[in-house]
Design a protein around this ligand. Structure first.
Ligand SMILES: NC(=O)c1ccc[n+]([C@@H]2O[C@H](COP(=O)([O-])OP(=O)(O)OC[C@H]3O[C@@H](n4cnc5c(N)ncnc54)[C@H](OP(=O)(O)O)[C@@H]3O)[C@@H](O)[C@H]2O)c1
Length: 329
């Protein structure tokens, strides 16, 4: 049986994605064949499909790091045809092994998880790594003692998927959230998901001195680069900055003073964990949980599989908000 897949090819120095016709035998080997229902589009996926950066480590390859669907066939007793399952996280799927953006997915059984209780086929990927990353960062702030009474938390890259979830979760827990965005026109959206204040990308600090006015009790940073350095100069004493992204740059320069004079902490967040290893940051997002985003339907929206490549180009141009979910057939 033939089906459609988005494959990224390396052609000389150029990387190009094409929608191609495939059979299951064209896919990388695995015990379980899944018929996809939904797949997520992370920033990393958009970079992979667009051929930007070095996300894909083997060519040609099908991108896409999160999928849910039904088992079509399985060579192991743990999964049977018709089971509702998801694959997400890890270092291989959609990076070195054919991934989610195909009408059939074949993977080793060890990568497959049943859709857990409290999630359905759509919200398990609508939330997925994006919301899980936000939840890990929110838990980190809480565990380090940044309570709502300490002052406002600023979230950068605010209209992005991870950051939209972070705003929603923080507001739900009683924090006052300032949303930093390059899209002033999205202020209404950001307030609708919980932001108390919307500021520009250049309003994270008040000047260029090593220590500036103490504005933020904490920060969740999706962009890295200069904005991260700006944040550090304006975080209050004993404030915590959680850093998980690089949309504005992979490097930054900071003086030592925020750390040694204000005891500011910079906490790195890595959330690329497979489902069984996710712990409380994941289970608290199940239906009824205290980290379950209250505005999931505002933040997430469906796109058809046929529109994936155009959509990814728009992500790279920075022109989207929220988190897209690919809907298959
Ligand atoms: N560490 C981990 O485990 C982990 C897990 C998931 C994601 N990530 C990383 O987290 C980041 C966000 O991921 P995502 O999927 O939420 O991406 P996304 O939906 O594409 O959001 C990224 C946001 O960053 C802002 N932005 C884009 N280009 C920028 C620039 N040049 N300067 C400043 N801001 C810019 C934009 O927000 P505004 O226009 O509102 O400013 C954009 O919406 C990515 O870097 C991703 O690789 C890391």
């Amino acid at each position: 049986m033939k089906f459609q897949a988005v494959r990224l090819f390396q052609e000389g120095r150029t990387r190009v994605s094409r929608m191609v016709e495939q059979t299951v035998d064209d896919l990388d080997p695995g015990d379980v064949v899944i018929r996809p229902l939904y797949a997520a589009v992370n920033y990393k996926d958009a970079r992979a499909v667009s051929g930007a950066g070095n996300v894909i480590k083997r060519f040609p390859c099908i991108p896409g790091i999160e999928v849910s669907g039904t088992v079509e066939s399985s060579a192991v007793p743990a999964f049977r045809a018709g089971d509702l399952v998801t694959v997400q996280g890890g270092q291989e799927f959609g990076i070195r092994h054919d991934g989610a953006y195909a009408e059939r997915v074949r993977v080793p059984a060890a990568w497959v998880s049943p859709v857990p209780a409290g999630f359905d086929a759509r919200d398990v990927v609508a939330l997925g790594i994006g919301a899980y990353t936000a939840a890990v960062a929110v838990e980190e702030l809480m565990q380090r003692g940044v309570t709502p009474d300490r002052g406002p938390i600023v979230v950068t890259g605010a209209t992005g998927g991870c950051s939209s979830f972070a705003i929603d979760m923080l507001a739900g827990l009683g924090y006052t959230v300032a949303a930093s965005t390059g899209k002033a026109a999205e202020a209404g959206y950001l307030k609708s998901i919980g932001a108390a204040e919307v500021i520009g990308r250049d309003a994270l600090t008040t000047g260029e001195k090593p220590l500036e006015e103490q504005l933020w009790a904490g920060a969740i940073d999706a962009v890295g680069g200069k904005p991260l350095a700006d944040l550090l100069r304006s975080v209050k004493k004993r404030g915590v900055v959680c850093s998980f992204g690089n949309a504005a740059g992979e490097t930054f320069t900071s003086s030592i003073y925020p750390f040694i004079l204000r005891s500011v902490a910079l906490a790195g967040i890595n959330a690329n964990h497979p489902l069984p290893a996710r712990g409380s940051a994941w289970t608290r997002m199940a239906a009824g949980g205290d980290l379950r985003p209250r505005h999931l339907d505002t933040i997430c929206f469906d796109i058809p599989f046929s529109g994936l490549m155009d959509y990814c180009a728009r992500v790279i141009d920075g022109g989207i908000r929220g988190r897209a979910v690919v809907r298959f057939g």
